[in-house]
Design a binder for this molecule. Structure first.
Ligand code: PHE
Length: 341
């Protein structure tokens, strides 16, 4: 029995030493110390031995058990340590390495311009209004005093939507004036930046989709002088503090008188270049005093209230500001272009 215990001990210790991972070590533990393990069997058989033998074998069995347990614990520690040492080799990171850069976008130059314009006008007391891009006849034409035979209603200019009861893509932001006046009580002071649509071919200065910024002020005793002051101040702040301006008479059904404002060409400082067709002036905005019929159409008493309205061409202003020669660049979303802003 003593001999048997000694071989068992040697065998167990050799198997422990030969274990290369914790799983095989667990198997060895089970083989010798488990519930049906080989050493456990011997210990369990002790009770059948005679007094003296029982003492000797019992003592040795316990020593062997302690020895094997200690060897297993030591080996386990060793294996675990090795595992973590390897972990440091395979899963290391270098916190001093430069990180992967996340690409950062920028706002589109047009969006930048609109946001700045909103700030400039907000400082002058204007609210920012929006309206739908798909409009109806009333808000686009009728309420704006645009008679049935006006060329703006011509399908040559306007993009109508089929089977929609005369709905269309708004050809100008002036429809937002009407919506605002219907929903609010005067005085009014709003701007409405947004997309507009016309049946245009695409070239360096035309696109079927472009952007306008509408402005509307209705208050007591509003005159052209108020209009001139507001518009000139806005353009000076947004494009060029030294800009010069001139007004020419024009015609828009919803204003009377109707005017167009030109600013001195930023590219040639008014000397004359291809961008301004050698005139030194660039047309940027239609404007005028709100036609009394328009006020009447939205239930505002034209004997008490008067106002002015304007419609900036935003794309053109952005082109002027950045000296962009081709409108198509603004809409093509070519990163090489956009990353410059
Ligand atoms: N809506 C006009 C256009 O599209 C511009 C404009 C707006 C003119 C407001 C006068 C007053 O050309």
């Amino acid at each position: 029995m003593i001999e048997k215990l000694k071989t068992l001990s040697t065998e167990a210790l050799a198997k422990v030493a030969a274990s290369t991972d914790t799983e095989s070590l667990r198997a060895v533990e089970l083989e010798f110390l488990g519930r049906k393990g080989r050493l456990t069997e011997i210990l369990r058989g002790l009770k059948d031995l005679s007094g003296e033998e029982k003492g000797q074998v019992g003592k040795l069995s316990n020593e062997v058990k302690i020895e094997i347990e200690a060897a297993i614990a030591a080996k386990f520690g060793e294996l675990e340590h090795a595992k973590f040492a390897k972990l440091a080799e395979t899963e290391w990171i270098d916190p001093t390495q430069p990180g992967e850069k996340a690409e950062r976008g920028t706002l589109h130059p047009l969006t930048q311009f609109i946001r700045e314009a909103e700030k400039v006008f907000e400082k002058m007391g204007f609210a920012v209004a929006t309206g739908p891009q798909i409009e109806d006849d009333f808000h686009t034409f009728t309420a704006l005093n645009i008679p049935a035979d006006h060329p703006a209603r011509d399908a040559q200019d306007t993009l109508f939507i089929e089977n929609s009861d005369g709905k269309l893509l708004r050809p100008q932001t002036s429809s937002v004036q009407i919506r605002w006046m219907q929903e609010h009580k005067p005085p009014f002071r709003i701007i409405a930046p947004g997309r507009v649509f016309r049946k245009d071919d695409v070239d360096a200065s035309h696109s079927p989709m472009f952007h306008q910024l509408e402005g509307l002020v209705v208050d007591r005793d509003i005159s052209l002088a108020n209009m001139k002051a507001v518009m000139e101040e806005a353009v000076r702040q947004l494009i060029n503090p030294d800009a010069k301006f001139r007004f020419r008479t024009s015609y828009f059904p919803f204003v009377e008188p109707g005017l167009e404002m030109d600013m001195s060409c930023t590219i040639c400082s008014g000397r004359g270049c291809p961008a301004c067709k050698k005139t030194g002036w660039i047309e940027i905005v239609g404007c005028g005093l709100v036609h009394p019929n328009v006020l009447k159409n939205v239930g505002v008493d034209a004997t008490q209230w008067s106002g002015f309205a304007f419609g900036f061409g935003l794309d053109r202003m952005v082109m002027l500001r950045h000296e962009i020669k081709d409108l198509r660049l603004v809409f093509e979303n070519d990163l090489r272009f956009l990353e410059q802003f």
